[in-house]
Write a protein that binds this ligand. Structure first.
Ligand SMILES: *[C@@H]1O[C@H](CO)[C@@H](O)[C@H](O)[C@H]1NC(C)=O
Ligand SMILES: *[C@@H]1O[C@H](CO)[C@@H](O)[C@H](O)[C@H]1NC(C)=O
Ligand SMILES: *[C@@H]1O[C@H](CO)[C@@H](O)[C@H](O)[C@H]1NC(C)=O
Ligand SMILES: *[C@@H]1O[C@H](CO)[C@@H](O)[C@H](O)[C@H]1NC(C)=O
Ligand SMILES: *[C@@H]1O[C@H](CO)[C@@H](O)[C@H](O)[C@H]1NC(C)=O
Ligand SMILES: *[C@@H]1O[C@H](CO)[C@@H](O)[C@H](O)[C@H]1NC(C)=O
Ligand SMILES: *[C@@H]1O[C@H](CO)[C@@H](O)[C@H](O)[C@H]1NC(C)=O
Ligand SMILES: *[C@@H]1O[C@H](CO)[C@@H](O)[C@H](O)[C@H]1NC(C)=O
Ligand SMILES: *[C@@H]1O[C@H](CO)[C@@H](O)[C@H](O)[C@H]1NC(C)=O
Ligand SMILES: *[C@@H]1O[C@H](CO)[C@@H](O)[C@H](O)[C@H]1NC(C)=O
Length: 500
């Protein structure tokens, strides 16, 4: 019964693989497009957007060649269908490395190899050889003296985490302990990181209303809605942090406390079918904009504040050929022409970011509003409200689509902009609402839009770029902190008191 305080001062550095940089935002390059841009076009888009990190799902030779000397860091993959072969034979692994890695470095800056994808949840028969595959690949890198610059890991679905809230009680599905334990040992001993795919969109969709949309989208919550981990008393303001912390806790449950996390996939679809009402432009923009700010701000998570959680956005392009629901095809930031699906709101994300010149709001007809009330409000706006509604006349740019919702949206917004967005000017008896998504379409450019005149863009509701009428290039809205050279090997103190 001799009570004593033991103060543990644990000073442990957690360094990301790219320890010479701060946190970064990268993008995933899926290629299921009917009109897949050429590798040169892909690289041009990445450069124009100042995207310095890309993850490929393979080792496409033309793509790797196009990425040579681009300054872009590349994560490549051993596709799942090659995993069994590589996991069963170190010679096959060495061949793979020779053909797909050694042939391309250093011109192409390959910084990581993702061995398989979500193997434990999608390819369970390969699970027994997963760690061998990683070891064989790593050995081949060692033999070529490339292990220092190229990390080996494997992306996991966050569904391997059981009971992920509260995060402090989370653990990896015990079925996979025989794989996870040697896997984490491998990551630890090779200075690598765990790769995790984090999809608050699916967590939200599957929660049947338990998870508030705002919590999934990183929007502010009233304090009584914040999620508190009753064991740690840590406050969670968004799903992303809670999942990342659940992964940290799951690792520490297996006694691994210093393996960093890189989020290999996260995003939000901008379009869905009727069963996916939250797959909208607005939500996708909000999620990705907030995610980028959150990551680049180096906020870390409640468990590990200030520890970088670099993240690859899923994904660069909308993939129209992906099977499945409408949302499956609409996770992209760009269409096949390299036109942005929406312009991210990145104001205030830091000096390194291109300024968000789109700090725009628009007034639109509210979904599901009564048609008669919309018509009345439309008539008012174009009459007593003195809005110029000439573009709504037949033959004019905003006539199509010829329905009351579209026309009311135009008129509401014109009024709202005319009134300099004064409070109360976007209400129209409750049938109007403010949005940050530019409703301009085709050649119908809405008042308040700083838009490009939609001639080069087809049909989709695109937020216009600020200065691209002639070049057709979307604005730079992406940046990372790659130019920061100072070390971000971050040390933090964990002060723990243990009552004996
Ligand atoms: C390759 O990427 C690494 C890690 O980010 C970086 O340190 C290095 O400077 C890059 N090399 C080139 C040639 O850009
Ligand atoms: C593969 O493993 C065998 C036995 O462990 C070893 O003798 C051989 O050198 C390895 N081959 C390569 C290419 O690493
Ligand atoms: C754990 O993984 C096994 C094997 O995939 C699966 O059958 C089981 O349902 C998972 N457990 C939970 C709670 O998800
Ligand atoms: C973690 O470490 C504790 C204390 O050393 C030990 O009791 C426990 O069995 C370990 N857990 C695992 C999964 O190795
Ligand atoms: C950025 O980080 C600072 C402190 O680290 C925090 O106060 C601020 O709320 C963060 N901003 C965002 C947008 O996360
Ligand atoms: C962004 O705009 C702010 C305010 O206008 C300005 O102070 C800042 O320098 C700008 N940042 C960049 C990178 O242009
Ligand atoms: C953006 O809009 C907000 C709200 O209307 C305003 O307070 C802020 O000053 C604007 N920022 C810029 C850079 O225009
Ligand atoms: C768009 O540009 C074309 C040609 O540059 C011009 O004829 C047309 O009037 C413009 N439309 C709008 C709405 O500005
Ligand atoms: C625009 O759409 C039309 C028909 O929908 C199509 O014929 C044309 O090729 C498209 N143009 C571009 C640049 O995508
Ligand atoms: C638009 O382009 C012109 C000419 O290239 C340039 O002078 C101007 O600064 C640009 N404006 C913006 C907002 O980027």
């Amino acid at each position: 019964m001799a009570p004593a305080f033991l103060l543990f001062l644990l000073l442990f550095p957690v360094s990301l693989a790219s320890a010479d940089e701060g946190p970064f935002i990268g993008v995933n390059l899926g290629t299921d497009l009917s009109d897949m841009p050429s590798p040169t076009q892909v690289v041009a888009l990445l450069k124009a957007q100042n995207i310095r990190h890309v993850r490929l799902y393979d080792t496409d030779q033309a793509m790797l060649l196009a990425l040579a000397n681009s300054g872009i860091r590349v994560t490549v993959a051993v596709p799942n269908d090659q995993l069994l072969g590589i996991g069963q034979s170190n010679a096959t692994a060495a061949n793979w490395v020779a053909r797909n890695i050694i042939a391309h470095v250093p011109a192409t800056n390959i910084t990581a190899i993702a061995v398989g994808s979500e193997v434990l949840t999608t390819l369970q028969n390969a699970a027994p050889v997963l760690v061998s595959a990683m070891n064989f690949i790593h050995s081949a890198l060692v033999a070529s003296n490339l292990d220092g610059r190229i990390k080996v890991s494997t992306p996991h679905s966050s569904s391997i985490i059981i009971d992920s809230f509260p995060p402090s009680q989370a653990f990896f599905n015990r079925t996979w302990d025989p794989v996870m334990v040697p896997l984490l040992k491998f990551l630890q001993s090779t200075g690598s990181y765990i790769m995790l795919n984090v999809y608050p969109y699916y967590d939200y969709m599957q929660s049947n209303g338990v998870i508030p949309l705002d919590y999934a989208l990183f929007r502010p919550l009233p304090p009584n809605k914040e999620a508190v981990d009753s064991n740690t008393l840590l406050h969670y303001t968004n799903v992303f942090d809670a999942v990342v912390d659940a992964a940290y806790f799951s690792m520490s449950y297996l006694n691994f406390t210093n393996v960093p996390i890189v989020v290999t996939e996260s995003g939000w679809p901008s379009k869905g079918d009727s069963s996916e009402p939250d797959a909208t432009l607005e939500n996708a923009n909000t999620y990705n904009s907030n995610l980028i700010k959150h990551v680049l701000n180096n906020t870390g998570t409640p468990k590990h504040p200030g520890i970088a959680v670099s993240t690859y956005i899923y994904e660069l392009y909308n993939e129209d050929l992906r099977p499945g629901s409408v949302s499956e095809k609409n996770w992209g930031l760009f269409d096949a022409n390299g036109a942005p699906i929406y312009i991210l709101h990145l104001t205030g994300a830091g000096m390194v970011l291109a300024n968000d010149t789109t700090n725009q709001t628009f007034c639109v007809a509210k979904d599901g509003s009564d048609k008669k009330m919309l018509q009345a409000a439309l008539d008012w706006a174009c009459g007593p409200g003195k809005v110029d509604c000439s573009l709504l006349l037949q033959g004019q740019a905003c006539y199509e689509p010829d329905n009351v919702v579209a026309h009311a949206t135009y008129a509401f917004n014109a009024y709202y902009q005319k009134m300099v967005k004064a409070p109360g000017t976007c209400d129209f008896k409750g049938v109007a609402t403010v949005t940050t998504t530019d409703p301009s379409h085709g050649s119908c450019i809405f008042p308040g839009s700083i838009g490009r005149n939609g001639t080069s863009v087809n049909g989709t509701i695109l937020a216009p770029s600020s200065n691209s009428t002639s070049s057709g290039c979307p604005p730079k809205y992406f940046a990372d902190v790659g130019s920061i050279t100072s070390s971000v090997i971050v040390a933090f103190l964990l002060l723990m008191s243990v009552l004996l």
